[in-house]
Ligand binder design. Sequence first.
Ligand code: ATP
Ligand code: MG
Length: 400
Amino acid sequence: MSSRSLVGIDLGSSSVVCAVGEEDGRRIRVVGVGEAASTGVRKSVITDPDAAQSSITKALDAAERAAGHEIDSAVLCLGGRHLESHPNQAVVSVVARGGAVGGGDLNRVLEAARDGGSSEGCEVVHLIPRAYSVDAKEGLRDPRGVEGSRLAVDAELVTASTAHLEALLACAHGVGLRVDDVVAQPLASAEGVLRDSELEGAVAVVDVGGGTTDIAVFRQGTIRRVVVLPVGGQNVTNDLSTGLHCDQEEAELIKRRHGHCDPGQVLVEEMVTVVGIAGVGRDEVPRRWLAEIIEPRAREMARMIGEALETEAVQKVVLTGGCARLRGFPAAIHQILEMPVRVAVPEGFSGLSDQLGMPEHAAVAGLLRWGQRSTTVRERSNPKVTRSQGRLNRWLHELF
Ligand SMILES: Nc1ncnc2c1ncn2[C@@H]1O[C@H](COP(=O)(O)OP(=O)(O)OP(=O)(O)O)[C@@H](O)[C@H]1O
Ligand SMILES: [Mg+2]
């Protein structure tokens, strides 16, 4: 029997990545990764569906070529500032026979927790139970079989704009794909890079991409909060393009090759050649200038991350996303947040794992794991009826 195929697609602001894996015992063997420059996406949301579809098609084609088979369905990543999380509690009476909590009671309390999470134009994409209580017995991971009359749940709801969610589903359907599931980007990235050992403390997974910064906070082994900030590496590129009078492509190239967030780490005599707008003229500029342009933006981004985490009592940052590669950026975050920072790449995959082991592939790696942990694959062709069911997950504890 052939092993189950797993496919993840992350339509980001800078690039679209499609990863194909196969179950390899408890591991995932990567069999193909396809990537294309992203068009029609700004700050992680689709602004031009035709352009976005054409980028997805390029990434799909490349992944299919690498994997040697066609792709007809995938788990998708949903990004954007419209993603929010809210705590919610619910209580129901235990009605199962014998006075112990049964599956029906569990479903009712989770449905009750889900209710009230949706509002005009916005709906629940994840319902993550943190803990249950049955009468005075608190802090239960799974209440089934526990005797009592009152079942309560403390959950975190992740909500998204219905319009943005439907735009993503429409894009996938437009390129002929069925959608197995949709995962909010902060959760996908966390699933991609967080180590089990890191869950023992209070940790924030921070994915700094091209257009957005996706943050997921975990404490005591479970999710506490999801937040998306509207900043990313593209802000740094824009600053360089303005400061150096060059176009975006040149600014992007220079940032990757010579960029640094700390002018003090760059030798004064180092010079960099910058090609002017529309390829006209060349200038030799001190590399330190670049760092002087980048530093204030990097520090501002680090401060914004710090403010988002202010009330979260986090002890460690797990930094990922393409911007984690920017020289001196992890150090800037460490300095401003005054806590340990680990630059994280997806680990523990076999096969073409080197193609996945990069910070910008955190989310897509998480989608493969998400697909593997799904007990049943749900089709989202009709999202109104199938959306929102949970999946068994190492730390998300979604129980049905
Ligand atoms: N070597 C590098 N040095 C500096 N920056 C880099 C490097 N490699 C990638 N980046 C930056 O990382 C960003 C892209 O990261 P990533 O691929 O994670 O974003 P994305 O997923 O497409 O966007 P988002 O998640 O924000 O929608 C770009 O701004 C890019 O310039
Ligand atoms: Mg991303």
